[in-house]
Design a protein around this ligand. Structure first.
Ligand code: URA
Length: 220
């Protein structure tokens, strides 16, 4: 059904007003340029051995999604499924994130960009060490520079530690924004890691609140 027919059909069943959400897209030349830059950036560290995490990885897990996204979501590090598939947030935590993106922001996963502070899976999913976070952060920093988002949404304390360069108590600072140290115009929003919410379902309402704040920051 075309746009005109759809509108007529909606009118026929009583709709008088329609609110349209802005699509998160930019001209295709911009998109192509950013994709090319990301691809060449990824090639530059596909064989990275800067920290011990390279020893047990299956592959480096690069960021994924829309290079024009106004928001970059940042997680901690790949888990088992991500290490296998080579994509961030494709396991249970990712499914929860996708669901919240759709429910609260009205966005598909493909419309946003998702990455991690550490690009290789830590053995047995342990938390990356401060040294590993520091060794890997320049890769994320470059991704962020290419994408040039309005907001960086840190999923959990480790992501916050990587992006802000300091460790903060996530239960106290979640829902708050901080300036991104490498570009003060970019806001860093801190929230819980989806895996934490799967273990503590009562935190779901806080996460919803934080996603509502994100929608506001993005003007959605
Ligand atoms: N948890 C993360 O922090 N990142 C992923 O990619 C998957 C799970």
């Amino acid at each position: 059904m075309g746009a005109e027919e759809t509108l007529k059909a909606l009118q026929a069943i009583g709709f008088r007003e329609l609110y349209l959400r802005k699509k998160l897209s930019t001209p295709s030349e911009v998109s192509d340029e950013k994709s090319a830059k990301l691809e060449s950036h990824f090639k530059s560290f596909a064989n990275c051995t800067n920290c011990p995490l390279h020893e047990q990885r299956t592959q480096v897990v690069f960021g994924d999604g829309n290079p024009n996204s106004p928001v970059v979501f940042v997680g901690e590090a790949p888990g088992e499924e991500e290490d296998k598939q080579g994509k961030p947030f494709v396991g249970r935590a990712g499914k929860y994130l996708n669901k919240k993106l759709k429910e609260v922001l009205g966005l598909e996963r493909e419309e946003v960009y998702i990455s991690n502070v550490c690009k290789c899976r830590p053995p047995a999913n342990r938390k990356p060490t401060p040294k590993e976070i520091k060794a890997c952060f320049p890769y994320l920093r470059k991704e962020i520079e290419i994408i040039s988002p309005k907001v960086i949404c840190c999923l959990g304390a480790t992501a916050g530690e990587g992006v802000l360069g300091k460790s903060l108590p996530i239960t106290r600072v979640r829902g708050q924004t901080f300036p991104y140290p490498y570009n003060y115009k970019v806001k860093v929003l801190l929230t819980y890691h989806p895996a934490y919410i799967l273990r503590n379902p009562r935190a779901d309402k806080d996460f919803t609140q934080d996603m509502e704040k994100l929608a506001q920051l993005l003007g959605l």
